[in-house]
Design a protein around this ligand. Sequence first.
Ligand code: MTE
Ligand code: MO
Length: 201
Amino acid sequence: MFSRGFSGRRRSADVEKRLPPGQYLTTDFPVLSAGPTPHIALEQWSFTLEGLVKSPVTWSWDDFLKLPSQTFTVDISCVTKWTKLDTKWHGVSVDRLLEGVEVDPAGRYVMAFSEAGYTTNIPLAELVNGQAFVAYQFDDKPLAPEHGGPARLVVPHLYFWKSAKWIRGLRILERDEPGFWEALGYNMHGDPWKEERYTGD
Ligand SMILES: Nc1nc2c(c(=O)[nH]1)N[C@H]1C(S)=C(S)[C@@H](COP(=O)(O)O)O[C@H]1N2
Ligand SMILES: [Mo]
């Protein structure tokens, strides 16, 4: 057995191509939270789709686990400049969740909302077609509380602040509105390949 090694000259061209501009590779998993880690009893947990939908829907933890789930292996990039390749998650795609509701055609934006008030905005079109999911496992184990357990949103193609930890639901909106970090000067969109880090990037 030998490891391929991700450092210096040994880094393959393939890996280089997967690193967005201004990012460096990390193999550990930094924790970034704006506040303390909430600890949520699974019996109290629920996930709600609301806003511009015909009728809102709420899943309990047990119901959520019964939804068709998938494993996703994705690269993630934080605005603080680390990128982690091939992270392995298990959860429910936003596509599957949306099958449970009828979205008003005027609903083009989403506010993801979490336990303890964190929010983040994402265009609806960027959550569908396999682009985003609500994960409850990381590396085949229940998602750790510090990384957003029991469940978090993962939107791998946008900076990781869009991947709301401790998620409790998605609110469908007509207009784009800033979430927590977006109101504090982070970019409304947050595409790492375009380096959309801050307002005006
Ligand atoms: N609820 C909530 N979600 C959050 C955050 C937060 O503070 N609260 N921080 C965001 C930021 S800035 C990043 S980089 C990632 C960090 O996730 P990690 O701690 O699992 O690495 O979570 C995002 N989701
Ligand atoms: Mo971040």
